[in-house]
Write a new protein. Structure first.
Length: 313
């Protein structure tokens, strides 16, 4: 636990998997003196009150942000601009405003014009998550050994960036800084395109008339199970991601389609050498991910998914 709080009051706008995990982690590590939150629905706000994780649950975004030292928008990227406009009038001078969205260029474009002078804007993207959502889904360990990418706009006060870096590091994350555009290009291939492929494959399986739904479920191999986990992610969030990062996703999708066409030709021609060379190269990438600690080499059966997603009792 930290020796003293890094921030006085933190406001979390939205309380799903990420917001709930931030609250739990910040409380466990003693990073803040006060946690205030709000959520769009009264049902969610009522559930957060029942959980007793935060100090106050308020009705509006503006009320939550009032006098906060750190405000984090934990909402779909498509709503960030509107919410920035709602909270702008209650932000205090010197406050840090951030977010957790997986698209950064659109967030900077939509939020920055609303934020007043004297407020520090440091967008962030914790590259962590599960397929679960809602106030009960968060857990304090979610960010441990995961990356959090900060994308401060040009001219952002370095001290504000460092304070937010230290906050995420205290939650257990490894922190990297890059430009919003570079972030969006990198995440288009490492996150957004894989999700698009997963949604497509699971949707295709669902539409196959000759395969009953019971057979798809019964005979799910490890690869398909992983796709269904990804495809179970929040629909609103991912709709906004693809629309907000359209150009980068389309660029990566074009490259993917070209590579898929090459593999299609290799299979059609019976070109085993081409297939073997491709699979060997991609296998090395997987090994690299395991070596840097971004995943486990444990076989799919027996992999401790339950521990990774375990909620505090």
């Amino acid at each position: 636990m930290s020796s003293e709080p890094q921030f006085g009051k933190i406001a979390l706008i939205g309380f799903g998997l990420i917001g709930g995990s931030i609250a739990r982690g910040a409380r466990a590590q003693g990073l803040v003196s006060e946690i205030v939150t709000t959520a769009r629905s009264e049902k969610t706000r009522a559930r957060v009150r029942e959980l007793g994780i935060v100090d106050a649950v308020v009705e509006s975004n503006a009320e939550a942000a009032k006098d906060a030292d750190l405000v984090i928008l934990c909402i779909p990227v498509g709503a960030c601009g509107e919410v920035a406009g709602e909270i702008a009038g209650t932000l205090k001078a010197g406050a840090i405003v951030s977010d957790v969205g997986s698209v950064k260029g659109a967030v900077v474009r939509d939020m920055a014009p609303h934020l007043p002078a004297g407020v520090h804007f440091v967008p962030a993207h914790p590259v962590a998550g599960t397929e679960h959502s809602g106030p009960d889904s968060g857990f304090a360990e979610l960010f441990i050994n995961r990356w959090c990418i900060l994308t401060p706009p040009e001219g952002t006060e370095p001290d504000a960036v460092e304070r937010l870096r230290a906050f995420w590091a205290a939650l257990g994350a490894k922190v990297e800084t890059m430009t919003p555009d570079h972030h969006d290009l990198v995440l288009a291939i490492t996150s957004h395109l894989p999700h698009l492929i997963a949604y497509t494959i699971v949707g295709t399986a669902d539409e196959l008339a000759q395969v009953t739904s019971s057979e798809v479920i019964k005979f799910s191999a490890g690869g398909f199970r992983d796709f269904t986990r990804i495809a179970a992610s929040d629909p609103t969030m991912w709709r906004d991601v693809f629309l907000a990062n359209k150009e980068a996703v389309l660029e990566m999708l074009g490259t993917f389609n070209e590579d898929l066409s090459k593999l299609t030709r290799a299979i059609r021609r019976g070109d085993g050498d081409a297939l073997f060379e491709h699979f060997t190269r991609t296998r090395a990438i997987r090994r690299g991910i395991v070596e840097i600690g971004q995943d486990s080499a444990v076989p799919d059966f027996g992999r401790p998914h339950a521990q990774l997603g375990k909620k505090p009792g």
